[in-house]
Design a protein around this ligand. Structure first.
Ligand code: SF4
Length: 387
């Protein structure tokens, strides 16, 4: 019998370099075309040793960023080999590496396959050159298509990230992207609406009249379009932003929505350990130079009630929701507490019960944020009935 989704520990490695800065990006990265791989690996190695993580036996490995593929085939091979030396990877069920299309040549995919990766997450975002230009991406639509084809021929499982609802994109750009993705047939597709945080460079472009802020209604239409098109093409919508061919759900990401422990290595990487009903969370220092200099992480402890609320919010990201009794057990709460938190959501029709589980009402997945506000901050929540 396969382990339950919450069992084991997920390992995440953050590679904090990018070849250029996309103006909407809020991740932790530095622009560096010739990253010092040896210095980065030495810093990861120090962190693994200092935290007593040598020999950890993770269930999944995910190398993300930033842009891991900016390390090049040799750099990624060295990273994968170092992970094999530090950790016990004998029981790993899934090894994913994020790859940007501009780096996606046969040498890179061969290095990944040889290093034990079995899945690539391709930062495509769009197959349309005008949309890629608005997003400030370094690749073209043709490179994005080739990346999917090459990864598949290298025998790797493929996931494609798409961004929809980009203001200023040509009419029907999302339809064209969905057609491209269903023609190429990756195993997994993640669809996000463009979000613009307060301090990203996109805001300065808005002030200068060179970009617009996203229109939430247009984004909701695009997300609904993606849902219909991908389901028609045989993808299962299993999480608010994730679609998979049968058997191709992301085991790593399911861990985050199923309250699995995780260990994050690298700048800004987060870790969480479930303990005594609560959660101990660690966030590594943000910024490559702070990390290389050994800056201390932030550590916080979430009590059982707060941890249970957060777990409900995360669990509702899965379209099959969560098992109420299992959640109550994991966070040491009576089931009456879980049901009490859910009561207003059930009353408003945003959430339904399905046997032992609670889940977003079918068709209401676009309202996950509203459900989250009601669960995490019930005092401040707006009405969650929504249309
Ligand atoms: S490549 Fe990814 S991580 Fe790097 S700047 Fe662009 S969106 Fe951010």
């Amino acid at each position: 019998m396969p382990p339950a989704d919450h069992e084991g520990v997920s390992l995440y490695v953050h590679v904090p370099v990018c070849a250029r800065a996309c103006p909407y990006c809020d991740f932790d990265f530095v622009v560096d075309r010739r990253p010092d791989v040896a210095a980065l690996l030495a810093a990861y190695g120090r962190e693994v040793a200092d935290r007593g993580l040598v020999g950890l036996r993770p269930r999944t490995v995910y190398v993300g960023g930033g842009t891991p593929s900016a390390l090049g085939p040799d750099g990624l091979a060295a990273l994968l080999s170092a992970l094999g030396a530090w950790f016990d990877l004998g029981g790993v069920e899934e090894r994913t590496v994020e790859v940007n299309p501009e780096h996606a040549d046969d040498r890179l995919f061969e290095a990944l396959a040889r290093g034990g990766a079995d899945r690539v997450s391709l930062g495509v975002q769009s197959f349309q050159d005008p949309v890629l230009a608005l997003l400030g991406r370094a690749h073209t639509g043709a490179q994005a298509r080739r990346a999917v084809v090459r990864a598949k021929s290298a025998g790797l499982r493929t996931s494609v990230d798409l961004i929809v609802g980009v203001p200023g994109a040509p009419a029907r750009a999302t339809c064209a992207d969905l057609r491209a993705v269903t023609d190429l047939g990756p195993d997994h597709v993640s669809v996000y609406a463009l979000t613009i945080e307060p301090d990203v460079p996109w805001q300065a472009l808005v002030r200068r009249g060179r970009r617009r802020l996203p229109d939430p209604d247009a984004q909701a239409d695009d997300l609904a379009r993606a849902h219909a098109r991908l389901e028609r093409a045989g993808y299962e919508h299993y999480e608010v932003a994730s679609y998979a061919r049968p058997g191709a759900r992301s085991i790593h990401n399911l861990g985050y929505w199923s309250w699995r422990d995780y260990v994050g290595i690298g700048p800004s990487a987060a870790s969480a350990r479930h303990e005594g009903g609560g959660v101990v969370r660690r966030s590594n220092a943000r910024g490559l130079s702070a990390y290389l200099a050994g800056a201390a992480p932030a550590v916080e402890r979430l009590g059982p009630e707060a941890a249970a609320r957060e777990a409900m919010w995360l669990g509702l990201r899965r379209l099959d929701g969560f098992d109420r009794a299992a959640l109550a057990r994991r966070f040491g709460q009576p089931i009456a507490f879980v049901d009490g938190v859910l009561t207003p959501l059930l009353a408003s029709g945003l959430v339904v019960r399905a046997g032992p589980r609670a889940r977003l009402t079918p068709g209401r997945w676009l309202f996950h944020d509203a459900a989250g506000r009601a669960i995490l901050d019930p005092g401040d929540a707006e009405p969650v009935g929504g249309g």
